[in-house]
Ligand binder design. Structure first.
Ligand SMILES: Cc1cc2nc3c(=O)[nH]c(=O)nc-3n(C[C@H](O)[C@H](O)[C@H](O)COP(=O)(O)O)c2cc1C
Length: 228
C-alpha cells in the first residue's frame, strides 16, 4: 500500500473553505477490509492496525479521543495517549480530579476513537472503565521523565488558574523541595477501559466504506458488517 498524503497546505484549505467548503473532498482508496481477513479476536485486529500506524511513523499514532459523559449523560471528549493494551483492556494516565476523572467517577461508560488519517482508518472501542491499581500507576509514573512528573504533581488538571506564572510557581515550589524522587500524587493514575464493542472502519472509494463491528458475547466476539 502506497501512502498518498493529501497535498493541501493551510492556505489552500482556508481559501477553499471560504470559496466553497464542499470542495474539500477526497476519495478513500488506500485499502479494503474483508471479512475473510479479519482476526477473530478484535484485540489482535487492533494490534495489526496500531502497529501499522507506528511503523509508518505517523505523528501521535497512539493518540486516541476519549469520550466520557457525566451522570446526566452530557458528553465530553479529549485526546489522551494509549500507554498499553492487553487482555485486561486499554490504559491511559491522567488526573483523577480532572473533568474526565470526575465524569468517570459518576459514569464508567466511555468510548475511545483512533483516527489514522494517512491510512484512512478509524477504530472505535466502547466499554466500561476502572482505575488501574496504584502499583501499576506508580510503575508508570516512575518511568516518566522528571519534568512530566513535576508537571503532573503541580497541576490541578482542569481547574482554573489565574495565569501561567502561577502555574510555573507551583512547579518551582516543588523543585525547591529538592532532589528526592517525586512520589506519585494521590490524585494521579491510570484508567483501564474494558471493551464490549470494537468497530473497524476502512475508507473506500465513492464513500462505500468497509465497517465491521465486534460485539462481546458470553463465549467470544460476534462480528457483523455495518453499512457505511
Ligand atoms: C496529543 C495529545 C495527547 C494527550 N495526552 C494526554 C494524556 O495521556 N493524559 C492526559 O491527562 N491528558 C492528555 N492530553 C490533554 C487532554 O487532551 C486534556 O486536555 C486533559 O487531559 C484535560 O481533559 P479533561 O479536562 O477533559 O479531563 C493530551 C492532549 C493531546 C493533544
Amino acid at each position: 500500500m502506497v501512502l498518498d498524503l493529501p497535498k493541501f497546505g493551510v492556505t489552500e484549505v482556508t481559501k477553499n473553505m471560504t470559496d466553497d467548503q464542499r470542495t474539500i473532498r477526497r476519495d478513500y482508496d488506500l485499502g479494503e477490509l474483508r471479512r475473510a481477513n479479519l482476526e477473530l479476536d478484535p484485540k489482535v485486529q487492533f494490534s495489526h492496525w496500531i502497529n501499522r500506524a507506528i511503523e509508518e511513523a505517523l505523528i501521535d499514532a497512539t493518540a486516541m479521543t476519549l469520550a466520557t459523559a457525566n451522570a446526566a449523560g452530557r458528553p465530553s471528549v479529549r485526546i489522551v495517549l494509549l500507554k498499553h493494551f492487553d487482555e485486561r483492556g486499554f490504559a491511559w494516565y491522567t488526573s483523577y480530579h480532572s473533568q474526565k476523572g470526575r465524569e468517570l467517577a459518576e459514569n464508567p461508560n466511555a468510548s475511545l476513537l483512533f483516527h489514522w488519517r494517512e491510512l484512512e482508518r478509524q477504530v472505535r472501542i466502547s466499554g466500561t472503565v476502572t482505575r488501574l491499581s496504584q502499583g501499576d500507576s506508580k510503575a508508570y509514573f516512575e518511568s516518566r521523565p522528571r519534568e512530566s512528573q513535576y508537571s503532573a504533581a503541580a497541576s490541578d488538571q482542569s481547574f482554573v488558574i489565574a495565569n501561567r506564572a502561577a502555574l510555573e510557581a507551583k512547579v518551582d515550589a516543588l523543585l525547591r523541595q529538592g532532589g528526592a524522587p517525586l512520589a506519585m500524587p494521590e490524585h494521579w493514575g491510570g484508567y483501564l477501559l474494558q471493551p464490549s464493542e470494537y468497530e473497524f472502519w476502512q475508507g473506500r472509494t465513492g464513500r462505500l466504506h468497509d465497517r465491521f463491528i465486534y460485539r462481546k458475547t458470553a463465549t467470544g466476539w460476534h462480528i457483523d458488517r455495518l453499512q457505511p
